[in-house]
Design a protein. Structure first.
Length: 131
């Protein structure tokens, strides 16, 4: 089956379902018709690629929602970001930075000059000293 045939069937599907030919509805119909024809198209796998690039915690949370399009995924992520507690994030970042500094300070006393030099340079970068 050719792409042109799939396009025609997708438009016919939208007409039968009484949906407008909007980009979102069209993509959904196109992907259903392509799947029926056994054709895998990049536009139809984009959502899965984005979902798989998220960490496991987000992936688990996404399974609770019926997200079918990239725009729904974006709306979900924007909503999630808007609910983020900035003070919690700041505290977490500060804690991680302090831990990193302590580890780097411990490395500076090792008997490995290369490691010590790298740790010293990293500490300078973390403290904002670029000299």
């Amino acid at each position: 089956m050719t792409i042109q045939t799939i396009v025609k069937k997708a438009i016919k599907r939208l007409e039968l379902e009484g949906k407008s030919v909007t980009p979102e509805f069209y993509l959904e119909a196109f992907c259903k018709e392509a799947q029926k024809a056994g054709i895998v198209h990049d536009d139809c796998t984009q959502l899965d690629k984005f979902k798989n690039s998220l960490n496991k915690e987000f992936q688990a949370e996404l399974t609770k929602y019926n997200i079918k399009t990239v725009s729904e995924l974006i709306r979900f992520l924007v909503s999630k970001l808007n609910r983020t507690n900035t003070s919690h994030c700041s505290k977490l970042l500060e804690s991680q930075t302090e831990l990193t500094k302590k580890i780097l300070n411990a490395i500076t006393v090792l008997h490995n000059k290369q490691a010590s030099d790298l740790a010293i340079n990293s500490l300078k970068l973390l403290s904002g000293d670029s000299s």
